[in-house]
Design a protein around this ligand. Structure first.
Ligand code: NAD
Ligand code: UD1
Length: 343
């Protein structure tokens, strides 16, 4: 590829920071932009510590086209890895306009500026949520999409459709849509990891905060699903594997690809109870739990057929459940209050 940088939007966030580390380690020049609505500059300071490089970081809102133009003037961008957006499902139900404006409006603003500067390469953070309630398992990329039950999920689906339409209309675009299953874990250094604001909505940040003593007990949402132990089954993927999937996707895109879709998962499902037990084993700490009713909008089981990514990208998740828990515990126990200092 010609010389220039990979622009990582939302690069100060959870998946973004881990991907920036992998990109730098793979030899890419990286530029980050993030409005820090769900992140802090401390995460980028840690990324710089891990990589030994100073990654240029811009505090910019993607809806601010003038600020984006300024960044594109300062740095020659070869490809945009687009992580920026809001991701809380519950909040999206209460504030749909905010989600449509930020995620969809922000992406359109970014795409327009990319076009102005002749940048036609994008890797987009999509989600298995676009599959809705699965009609078969494991879920491959041919599974129907669009049955999303919440505004967050719909933004992912709509953005995918927008990107597909652009690729159909303008042949110079190369777009890879990466549908993540459930990212967990943290960088092996214990310096970066997931840092949810307030009480976590997702399982593993909740479990790790119980183990570290910040929360009393896990609430298991339902034990009457049609799964081996009755609790929900998901495809948890180590965030470093996920990050390496982005590097593989970038190498694939560099050859010219049109619009392509890949699942990034392990292909293996674990239940809520299995996850809590694995975390107890990795941390040596108890994870007490109580059983409660099902969470609205939840599905019984969701796991990927990840064979297309292996075949076409030459990428496969390598890190197992024990490693996911071990690395998450290192991050959580070294940083009990995340990137914030203890108050
Ligand atoms: P995150 O919240 O940690 O990262 C997103 C980043 O985007 C944050 O740092 C936030 O400050 C930034 N941002 C938000 N609005 C912005 C705006 N208007 N302008 C600029 N920056 C903005 O989330 P994450 O877990 O790292 O997820 C990254 C992407 O992957 C998101 O698009 C998310 O929807 C998608 N995704 C995440 C998961 C998951 O479980 N973590 C699963 C599937 C898909
Ligand atoms: C959530 C999002 C989804 C997103 C995905 C990956 C919701 C409704 N959906 O899905 O849009 O794409 O994360 O980021 O938030 N669980 C408990 N107790 C808890 C938390 C979770 O029992 O305190 C259970 C859930 O019922 C589920 C499993 O753990 O069976 C995983 O939950 P979670 O981590 O929230 O991920 P998803 O439900 O897959």
């Amino acid at each position: 590829m010609a010389t220039g940088s990979i622009l990582v939007t939302g690069g100060a966030g959870y998946v973004g920071t881990h991907t920036v580390v992998e990109l730098v380690e793979a030899g890419y020049d990286v530029v980050v932009m993030d409005n820090l609505v769900n992140a802090s500059m401390e995460s980028m300071r840690r990324v710089n510590e891990i990589t030994g490089k100073q990654v240029p970081t811009f505090s910019i809102d993607m809806l601010d086209k003038e600020a984006l133009r300024d960044l594109f003037r300062k740095h020659k961008i070869l490809c945009v890895m687009h992580f920026a957006g809001l991701k809380a499902v519950g909040e999206s139900c209460n504030k749909p306009l905010l989600y449509y404006k930020t995620n969809i409006g922000g992406t359109i603003s970014l795409l327009e500026v990319m076009k102005e500067f002749g940048v036609y390469n994008m890797i987009f953070s999509s989600s298995a949520t676009v599959y809705g309630s699965p009609s078969y398992l494991p879920i491959d990329e041919k599974h129907p999409v669009g049955g999303c039950t919440n505004p967050y999920g719909k933004t992912k689906y709509f953005i995918e459709e927008i990107l597909k339409d652009i690729c159909t209309a303008e042949k110079q675009w190369n777009v890879v849509l990466l549908r993540y299953f459930n990212p967990v874990g943290a960088h092996v250094s214990g310096k970066i990891g997931e840092d949810p604001q307030g009480v976590p909505n997702n399982l593993m940040p909740y479990v790790s905060q119980v183990a570290v003593g910040r929360l009393k007990e896990l609430t298991v949402y339902g034990d009457d699903y049609d799964t081996p132990d009755g609790t929900g089954v998901r495809d948890y993927i180590h965030v470093v594997d996920l990050a390496q999937g982005h590097v593989a996707a970038l190498k694939y895109l560099e050859k010219g690809c049109g619009c392509k879709v890949f699942n990034l998962g392990t292909g293996k499902g674990y239940s809520v109870i299995e996850m809590a037990k694995a975390f107890e084993a990795a941390s040596g700490k108890p994870v007490p739990y109580k059983i409660a009713g099902r969470r609205a909008g939840d599905i019984a089981s969701c796991y990927a057929d990840a064979s297309l990514a292996e075949k076409e990208l030459g990428w496969k998740a390598k890190l197992d459940l024990a490693k996911m828990c071990e690395d998450l515990w290192r991050w959580q126990s070294n940083n009990p209050t995340g990137f914030r200092t203890e108050s």
